[in-house]
Write a protein of this length. Sequence first.
Length: 327
Amino acid sequence: MLKYENLLKNLRAYKSIASDVLSGNLSHSYLLISDDNEVKQNLSILILCRIFCEKKDKFPCLSCPECKKIINNNHSDIHYYSGRINVEDVSKIIEASTLKPYSTDKNIFVITDLGQMNAAAQNKMLKTLEEPQKGVTFLMFSHDESMVLATVKSRSQVYFVENFSAFEIEKELKLQYSQESYDSIAIASAICGGKLDTAVKYLNDDEFKDLYNLVFEIINNMQKSPDILEYQIKVESHKKRLKEFLEIFYIAIRDIMVIKSSSTDIVLCKNRINDIMNAEKSVSLKAGSNILDLIQRMQQRLYYNGNPASVIDELLFSYLEVKALCR
Ligand SMILES: [Zn+2]
């Protein structure tokens, strides 16, 4: 099985290219815009397998000899170019594109980030993109559309790869990680902004887990103003990750309100359900809603380059104040 196969199969870009393959109308040049590295890497495998798979179906089998060669990254008719690409590299690409394929009737050139190819090099590609040798297709990715020359775009079929929902990402990551990571997956999916690579980064990131635990430490143990100093220091030690800290804080308070008003099913921080039920007693609905407003204000202030230390101060002081006032 390919990573994220279920999600990638439903992307418009995949469906459209797969239909070109099946109707024998593979284009000379495709440009896919995505800033998600996990998507780029695995979507390119899925598309390449669809191009070469022996089984002519909407989806590649991922198990025939052709598919296996692609998954193991040793297909002789696929040529990868990554990193910075200059004019001399393009000359080599053009030369390679005039050679006959080794084992099939196609030669596919995968450029993993066109954004890393400077304007002169992109210009040099134009003629080849327009009239390549028979059987040649360029499968190009870029993290940012603005890094690609308009003349390259006009010679390519361009697809913007849409981001996924938190729910889709959570479901897909659960297929790949063990049960004990389920709670981290829920949180990572909720705050990754629809990007698989960001969610995966969080899952392999110990500081992220520390931030998560710290949020619950504050909710459970920070009861009176003399307690604030201890947590100020702890949060400040993560001040470079304050944005994520605020996002996790938001999710935890949201969970407390969810428990108050409905069921436990839609709680995200499932491994902290006891803490949440406990906190629920001391945080009224009105306080919860005011705390969510407070966190959003602090997020905005941070976004506009607010001083992290003052954001942490106001967050912790106001949190206790709001909790007390809205009892
Ligand atoms: Zn296959």
